[in-house]
Every structure is written in structure tokens, then in C-alpha cells.
Design a protein around this ligand. Structure first.
Ligand SMILES: Nc1ncnc2c1ncn2[C@@H]1O[C@H](COP(=O)(O)OP(=O)(O)OP(=O)(O)O)[C@@H](O)[C@H]1O
Ligand SMILES: N[C@@H](CCO)C(=O)O
Length: 292
């Protein structure tokens, strides 16, 4: 039996919802899993993601680690595994590749156990990253609001307004989430926290019902400026777009720039040299499984 898991990319933060907002995007990794008599074989295939030479093919592979974790949680043992990963989501660009890999592994564990995905899958997936924004989006699809109570992760899925057409500008350069989180301060001024509260509350309304409010709703003071030294060209592009009235933000931990448009294109005259610009519709479904 072959289990095929299709998992969407995601964009996190959306400007004002640091570690809270996520949105699934229609760019998918596909992971095929087969159970064998013994051992582990991992094949990593570039399906558009670019150079995959740094990705391990042993027990340290992220999909394998998440699959093993889910199997332990679900109390099943698997004698051997063949895994074929068709990677389309570029790594370390702020498009949630690591969360997608973890969600694929967890979903594979549930598939092997013959169980439907439930709330515990989010917990297992989010524990890998320490925040649930990307994982919840890849798991549930649509627009998610994620939060943490103690060590428990939660998320609510909302449906984005149908007029929203996300466009991403993906640079060649990479940046590791772990490093760019290190650029964030331990404390922020109270006025910036209040600013963030207003904009993130507004963003829930803007994304679901009032796209005309997206520009104000995506303003951020908690993370993007602090991370500018890691990817100055991306922040420059984001600001150039915002100066034209486009609701542009840094996608996740960067360096991709996300523009929440209603046109599916970026305005003429903005210099996008060094970036691949593509429209990525919202994925409303989240992770899916096919058994053959
Ligand atoms: N499909 C995958 N298979 C195996 N490992 C992966 C996969 N995707 C990501 N990884 C691992 O995760 C790393 C990237 O994680 P990182 O959190 O820095 O970036 P990201 O998830 O692409 O971006 P962000 O979290 O900002 O959206 C890769 O270098 C690789 O080690
Ligand atoms: N909210 C996370 C997303 C990236 O994993 C961050 O900005 O660091």
C-alpha cells in the first residue's frame, strides 16, 4: 500500500500577527510512504524547490523524525519505510518548508495508524518548531490564528476573503529561522505592543471580510525591522511595495516578501531584480492523504 501526502506551503505572521497568523499557499510538497520489511530508504527529489543536496536521507530527515514521533505517540511500530519526498517548497525562504515537512511526517504517522488527523496532530507538529503558525496553516489550510496555552498549542481556521490574491517574491538567498529569531529583542516598548494588538485584531477582520483594510492591518513593529540586517534587499522591496500602497510584509521569518493583493500582480516600476515573483493562491484544504 502506498500513502501519498500532499502538504501546502505557508506564510506566517502576515505582518502584524507574529507567531500567530498563518496562511496556507498553493505550492505543495508531496511525500510518498510505503511500509517495507525493514530499514529506511529516503529519496529527496527536487520538484521545484531547488538545491536539495543539504537535506539528509537518514533518521535525521525532518519528515522521518516527525513520522517517528507520531508513531510513538500513536503507539504503532513500523518495520521498515520507503519515503519519496518531492519537494516544491523552497527551503529557508519563509514559506514554511520545515513546518510542511513536519506536518507531512505527522500525517504519514496517522495514515499508517489508520487514524484521522485530530487536534493532537497540531500539538505534535508545533512542538517541532516551538510555535504553531506555519504548522497549523499546512495542517488546516486557509487562514489560521494560532496560540499557545502553557505547552498546549491551539489554532482556529478561518476562510480568507475570496478577493485576496497572495503574491510572493522569493529571493535566491536563504535565511535560517533559528538565526533570524535570534535578532529579536527580549523586550519591546509598550506602545509597540499596543500598536501590534490593534493591527493584529484588525487583520482578522481585514483578511476574512475587508481586504481594503489589509494595508493598515499588516503594519508591524515587532519583528520585521529587527530582522532587516539578515535580508536588507527583502525589506527594501517590502518598503517599496508599501510606499505604493501594497499590503506587503516579510513572509514568516523571511527572506521572501509576501504581498496580499487583490490583483495577483505587483505594481509596475517596482524593482524586483533578484526575486522570483509568483502568485500563490490560498490553499483552503490543508494536508491531504491519498491511499493507493
Ligand atoms: N521538506 C523537507 N525535508 C527535509 N528537511 C526539510 C524540509 N523542509 C525544510 N527542511 C529543513 O528545515 C530547514 C529550513 O527550516 P527554516 O525554518 O529555517 O525555514 P522555512 O521553514 O523554509 O521558513 P519559515 O519557517 O520562515 O517559513 C532546512 O534547511 C531543512 O534542514
Ligand atoms: N513566526 C515565525 C515563523 C517562521 O517559522 C517567525 O517569524 O519566526
Amino acid at each position: 500500500m502506498k500513502y501519498t501526502i500532499t502538504v501546502p506551503a505557508s506564510t506566517a505572521n502576515l505582518g502584524s500577527g507574529f507567531d500567530t497568523f498563518g496562511m496556507a499557499l498553493a505550492l505543495h510538497d508531496v511525500v510518498e510512504v510505503e511500509v517495507t520489511g525493514s530499514g529506511l530508504a529516503v529519496e529527496v527529489i527536487d520538484a521545484g524547490a531547488g538545491d536539495m543536496s543539504g537535506v539528509p536521507t537518514d533518521e535525521s530527515h525532518l519528515v522521518v523524525r516527525a513520522l517517528r514521533r507520531a508513531c510513538r505517540y500513536l503507539d504503532i511500530s513500523v518495520p521498515g519505510i520507503v519515503l519519496r519526498c518531492h519537494n516544491a517548497i523552497p527551503h529557508s525562504r519563509g514559506l514554511g518548508s520545515s513546518a510542511a515537512a513536519v506536518v507531512a511526517g505527522v500525517a504519514a504517522g496517522y495514515a499508517l495508524a489508520g487514524k484521522d488527523i485530530d487536534g493532537s496532530a497540531l500539538q505534535l507538529a508545533a512542538e517541532f518548531e516551538g510555535h504553531a503558525d506555519n504548522a497549523a496553516a499546512s495542517l488546516l489550510g486557509g487562514f489560521v490564528v494560532a496560540w499557545q496555552s502553557g505547552s498546549t498549542y491551539h489554532a482556529e481556521r478561518l476562510v480568507p476573503h475570496s478577493a485576496i490574491r497572495p503574491v510572493v517574491a522569493i529571493p535566491e538567498v536563504r535565511s535560517a529561522t533559528e538565526q533570524t529569531r535570534g535578532l529579536l529583542p527580549d523586550r519591546v516598548p509598550h506602545r509597540d505592543a499596543a500598536f501590534a494588538a490593534s493591527r493584529s485584531a484588525l487583520a482578522v477582520h481585514a483578511v476574512t471580510a475587508r481586504p481594503d483594510l489589509l494595508f493598515a492591518a499588516t503594519e508591524d513593529r515587532l519583528h520585521q525591522d529587527y530582522r532587516e540586517p539578515a535580508y536588507p534587499a527583502s525589506v527594501r522591496l517590502m518598503r517599496a511595495l508599501r510606499s505604493r500602497g501594497v499590503a506587503a510584509v516579510i513572509s514568516g521569518a523571511g527572506p521572501t516578501v509576501l504581498a496580499l493583493t487583490t490583483t495577483g500582480i505587483l505594481p509596475d516600476g517596482v524593482d524586483v531584480a533578484g526575486f522570483e515573483v509568483i502568485e500563490l493562491p490560498v490553499d483552503l484544504v490543508g494536508v491531504r492523504l491519498c491511499v493507493s
